[in-house]
Design a protein around this ligand. Structure first.
Ligand code: AOF
Ligand code: ZN
Length: 384
């Protein structure tokens, strides 16, 4: 109490009347600097844990991408990330790198609240306690009801200090798709398309299928490394015969498996010789016949553990997804070309209200523009 009130008088500038004012000032100044620098250290280590978590994006469904570092003071002793569902959690990956002596009294920085229930693996709070870790700093609270908000109490009971909410925003962002999956049973949906200046997905006549440049298509290929499934409509399969495979070398090096390729068809009349049915990944292709998009998405989450999916066309499927409010994020490549009325429109259906994007990023890729943002489900687009 006394320290608290002295500290408050110091930071608010009301220290003149304190007994032995100068000494108190000096001492409290030191305390203040120590606490600020501890905060700086925590933030720096959490940034390192986030870098670890980013290595796990796309690899862990139906589990979240999580990163962890273990440190003493400024020194990072070990790093780890969750590599695949069913595998050791991020904390265990880091703990396993260290001796008992190194672990004793260390601090663990984890992007997600440590789990406290037994799932495919034992609870991480037990491993943290057994390792003699003295303090745990984490970013997001675990939205999984089995673990949500439980770690702090359990750790405190065992004399382990914990602090949540450090770098909360980026820690929340990295698990955004998984948060939707674990709390709603639906996957995060990204609508991806290349389009003309007049909002068309296809060129006139027999001009060929590509609108955006090779560099844009390479950028879009990286997005496939973030998702668990790619969805297309039957017309896109017939017209483009796409491979829909992940070819980004960085994602493949990280151990990312090929996303599921999902074809939605009304009648089931699909070309048997299409690449998705005949190439070496044909066991990764699923066909849904006469099923609504909502039902397909629910099934992909429940039966195939898909936490995130990407819709790659065509206009009917994208229009359906937008008009039913099923799109969470859009990633559009706009090419400097006009295609005219005969081209397939990006949203091939009428909408009861316009859709705006939030957190928009605009990137120039050669002559193309990439616009990526979150669909604002609540508000109509603002034209002002
Ligand atoms: C962590 N660190 O690296 C991950 C966590 O079935 P399990 O045993 O793999 O547990 C899955 C749950 O554990 C998952 O739903 C989430 O709540 C948490 N994931 N927790 O402390 C990790 N991947
Ligand atoms: Zn865990």
């Amino acid at each position: 109490m006394l320290m608290g009130s002295l500290f408050w008088r110091f930071v608010s500038g009301d220290w003149q009347g304190l007994p032995q004012g100068r000494i108190a000032n000096c001492l409290l100044g030191v305390c203040y600097r120590v606490s600020v620098s501890q905060q700086d250290i925590d933030v720096a280590h959490m940034r390192a844990a986030l870098r670890e978590a980013s290595k796990a994006v796309g690899l862990t469904s139906p589990n979240p991408p999580v990163g962890c570092v273990i440190a003493k003071g400024r020194k990072i002793l070990a790093k780890g990330h969750h590599r695949y569902a069913g595998g050791p959690h991020a904390e265990i990956e880091a703990i396993q790198c260290l001796t008992a002596k190194a672990l004793k009294g260390s601090t663990a920085y984890v992007t997600l609240e440590p789990c406290s229930s037994k799932g495919k693996t034992p609870p991480c709070v037990n491993a943290i306690r057994e390792a003699g870790i003295g303090r745990v700093v984490y970013g997001s609270e675990d939205p999984n009801p089995k673990n949500k908000g439980k770690a702090a109490r359990i750790l405190r009971r065992h004399g382990i200090l914990s602090q949540g909410g450090v770098l909360l925003r980026p820690c929340d962002e990295i698990i955004r798709p998984w948060r939707k999956f674990i709390t709603t049973g639906m996957p995060w949906v990204i609508a991806k398309a290349a389009m003309s200046l007049d909002g068309r997905l296809t060129r006139p006549g027999n001009e060929g299928q590509w609108l955006s440049s090779t560099a844009s298509r390479k950028d879009a290929g990286k997005l496939r490394g973030e998702v668990d499934a790619i969805l297309i409509g039957a017309n896109t399969l017939r017209d483009d015969n796409p491979a829909l495979t992940l070819r980004d070398p960085a994602a493949l090096r990280r151990g990312k498996q090929q996303p599921l390729r999902v074809v939605l068809t009304r009648k089931g009349r699909l070309p048997k010789r299409a690449q998705v049915f005949t190439d070496s990944h044909c066991d990764r292709t699923l066909v849904y016949k006469a099923k609504s998009l909502r039902v397909v998405l629910k099934d992909l989450a429940a039966k195939h553990g898909c936490a995130s999916v990407m819709i790659e066309g065509g206009g009917k499927l994208l229009g359906d997804a937008f008009s039913r409010g099923l799109v969470d994020e859009a990633c559009l490549y706009i090419a400097p070309i006009f295609c005219g009325l005969a081209g397939v429109p990006l949203v091939g259906t009428s909408l009861s209200s316009s859709k705006g994007l939030l957190d928009v990023s605009v990137k120039r890729i050669g002559q193309d523009l990439r616009i990526r943002g979150l669909v604002d489900q609540a508000k109509v687009g603002d034209a002002s």
